[in-house]
Write a protein that binds this ligand. Sequence first.
Ligand SMILES: [Zn+2]
Ligand SMILES: [Zn+2]
Length: 188
Amino acid sequence: MRSSTTFDIQYSHRFYGFKGEAQYLHGHTGVMTIEVEDAINAGVNMVFPCNEIRKIAWEVLKNFDHALVLREDDPLLPAIMGVYEKQGILHGHPQNTMKGEAFDTELARAIPEARIVVTKETMTVEGMIKIVYDLLKDKLNIVKITFNSGVNAASERFEPRERMERCPLCGILLTEDGVCVKCGYRKK
Ligand SMILES: [Zn+2]
Ligand SMILES: [Zn+2]
């Protein structure tokens, strides 16, 4: 059975070195749909409570929301960081509270304090799917990600991984020791 959740992500980026309008900094509201597959969890009769998928995925995705996404070799990156530094907002600001957990992978690095994501490749809709799958594949049994942004859209299917064991009382992922951090259930 599948469960899916949709997210709005507002971001700005540009295609550095691309011959066209997209080489100028611009913004989008992207819509990402993540489909998760797993067994119906007997106790709760759902694949995952939808707010649980949302919570797990949003922890990562909010790094992209109201953020600037630039390729690592884009000269705009040091320029903008310089401006943020002068303005005193590079290392955070009391009103910058909607921060995700920082990540640093082969494909992308999030700097939540500055609302910047640095990517290895140009962040196209296809690139975004690769980055997000890589960040979430160990946390959710993702079988499909669709990303629509402006007139561009892409989707990719993935092989479901091993079943992940979830709490029979509230449906969220159990820790490695078989404990539910939400309700305290312990696997015997
Ligand atoms: Zn664009
Ligand atoms: Zn529980």
